[in-house]
Ligand binder design. Sequence first.
Ligand code: WAQ
Ligand code: MG
Length: 254
Amino acid sequence: MLYSVRMRAAQGAAHEAGGRHISGAERLVPKELVAETTQAMLDRAFEHSRGQADFINITVESVAAESVRLLQLLPITTIDTDDVPSGRAEAKLVLANSGVSEKAIEAGFEKLLALEDSMRGAMLICAETGIRLDLRENRGVRVSRMDIGDDAAFSKWLASQGFGNLHIREAIVLATKVANAPGMVAEICWSDDPEYTAGYAASLGGYMRFPKLKAYGSPLGGRVFFIKPGTNIEALIEYLENQPVLVINGEEAG
Ligand code: WAQ
Ligand code: MG
């Protein structure tokens, strides 16, 4: 048995009562790790650089081990650019190479840049027309029930590659689950943590990191998932929210 441990924190009020999203986290851990995982999430919610949390929800839910899907970690590449505009231009090229249309890329960036504050989840956008496909408005779709498979070995491998920070760890797990979703073409993301300027463009072809995808100090981040036309959106959201996934890394053994 594994446990899905999820946290969401907001300022002013609960998310559903109009509170401002501060932070969220999701893990999938054995029972022995539930207590320390919830404690770490609580500390993180209280100390977040986006501001003071007034509402924190932590959910612990059992997940049958046989329902877990094992997915191979996406290959990771870092593309350093001189500044944010060239980072965004490179990220757009990666999306185009993954099969997202010009129109959808522009629509996706426009929607991300138009946010007044960060959403809790991601926007689903048609990879051809750029039209928003989910009906979740400012909440978006939150990907959940995923983690690293072999935590000790995987964390050691990540650190050895210079990918030791928590942002990267969480992002590559999320991006691997998302890239394997039915109908997924590609994803674009940048952090909503003011001090973290990195983001990525990902697809089954790989996870391309861009250290400069957002101006330092900006609390505006987000995620867009570009979806193949004709995809069953309900089934897609069900996978993103509920399918338990552990990400494994063939390289750590070697
Ligand atoms: N499901 C869907 N959307 C999410 C989730 C989730 N579980 N978690 C975050 N988001 C959305 C939400 O709109 C956030 O505002 C936005 O993504 C950014 O979230 O160096 O730190 O957790 O390789 O701030 C990427 C680069 C870092 C890492 C991403 O995102 C690297 C990051 P954050
Ligand atoms: Mg954040």
